[in-house]
Design a protein around this ligand. Structure first.
Ligand code: APR
Length: 312
């Protein structure tokens, strides 16, 4: 079998480096760390450093660094982690203009060099950046996904496990909506081995977990001071890449183009999707109760406002 090719755009950055490490450890494919020309040496250093981590992992994938968009050629997966991270005092929306310009340049380059790749976007403000990439690249909607619910769900799971004192392995949950403070952790469907959350925690404990999940990104920005989350973000990105490369048919909440689903039309919103060899194979719809739909409507409005700021 020919090895898959994974290109990490923003490979010189914090998230990009950890994505490369996890993907190499999992032997998902050969990896290119791609960044701006000024950071070519940094990407080469990271690639070489990671090459020398492989013996302990028994991983035979190859890693290279690059400052040239032509390295995107024949990619199977492109992970976009390029962009300025949110810093303390900056809202996700503050990032919009800087990161929109980066996405504009990349949409063109990726369409030209890797038109068949599955594109996983992490750049914030996430929902607007995925929308912009989709509009500007013209790639099919099945091929473009925003990484949001995988990370927000991981945060929700983490806090449920911490509060119940039970194993993370048994926690299952879903976070829908935009990747920001209006996101919708669907507490009704969260379980520990099938046991509903409200049988294990008080309503006050659940409300606190929901709030902490919504603010988890901001909590980390406050602690890091000079950047935003990257270990957990990178891991969540790799989860999507792996689902695609291994045709897993995983059900992972992700920002996908909705065309009528959940009352959303023409926006990328976090919804449960099936990810397999055809990219986003389908969006799974299930009935929400009125309070959940009301929260979703609120997050849709917030995403629509951010998308409007892109002018696209
Ligand atoms: N092409 C390739 N790489 C680029 C480009 C570009 N046009 N523009 C910027 N980059 C690179 C930067 O040079 C940097 O190496 O993207 C990298 C970003 O890395 P960091 O600054 O360390 O940021 P990181 O924490 O990895 O976050 C990246 O993901 O979650 C989001 O909000 C976060 O938007 C931010 C992005």
């Amino acid at each position: 079998m020919i090895r898959k090719k994974i290109v990490i755009v923003g490979g010189g950055g914090q998230i990009g480096g950890v994505v490369a490490m996890i993907a190499a450890q999992k032997e998902l494919g050969d990896i290119v760390l791609l960044d701006i020309p000024d950071k070519e040496n940094l990407t080469r250093a990271k690639a070489l450093d990671l090459m020398q981590l492989r013996p302990n992992e028994g991983s035979d994938v190859q890693l290279i660094g690059s400052g040239n968009l032509e390295s995107l050629a024949d990619a199977d997966v492109v992970l976009i982690t390029a962009g300025v991270p949110r810093k303390q005092g900056m809202s996700r929306e503050d990032l919009l203009n800087i990161n929109l310009n980066i996405i504009k340049g990349l949409a063109e380059g990726i369409k030209q060099h890797a038109p068949n790749a599955f594109i996983i976007i992490t750049t914030n403000p996430l929902d607007a950046m995925v929308y912009a990439f989709y509009k500007l690249s013209g790639l099919p909607k099945q091929q473009v996904v925003g990484m949001a619910g995988a990370l927000d769900g991981a945060r929700f799971r983490t806090f449920i496990a911490m509060e119940t004192g039970l194993s993370l392995k048994d926690v299952s949950c879903l976070v829908m909506g935009g990747h920001g403070p209006t996101m919708v952790p669907v507490t009704r469907t969260a379980t520990v081995s099938g046991i509903p959350l409200d049988a294990l925690l008080s309503s006050e404990q659940i409300a606190n977990i929901v709030e902490r999940t919504r603010e988890a990104g901001t909590e980390l920005v406050r602690l890091y001071q000079t950047g935003s989350a990257y270990f957990s973000t990178a891991s969540a990105c790799v989860e999507l890449a792996e689902a695609y490369l291994k045709d897993k048919k995983r059900v992972i909440a992700s920002a996908a183009l909705c065309e009528g689903e959940y009352g959303v039309d023409g926006l990328f919103i976090g919804v449960p999707v099936v990810i397999g060899a055809n990219g986003i194979e389908r969006i799974i719809e299930f009935p929400l109760i009125p309070e959940e739909q009301a929260m979703l409507d609120k997050t849709i409005a917030a995403v629509r406002d951010t998308v409007a700021e892109t002018g696209l």
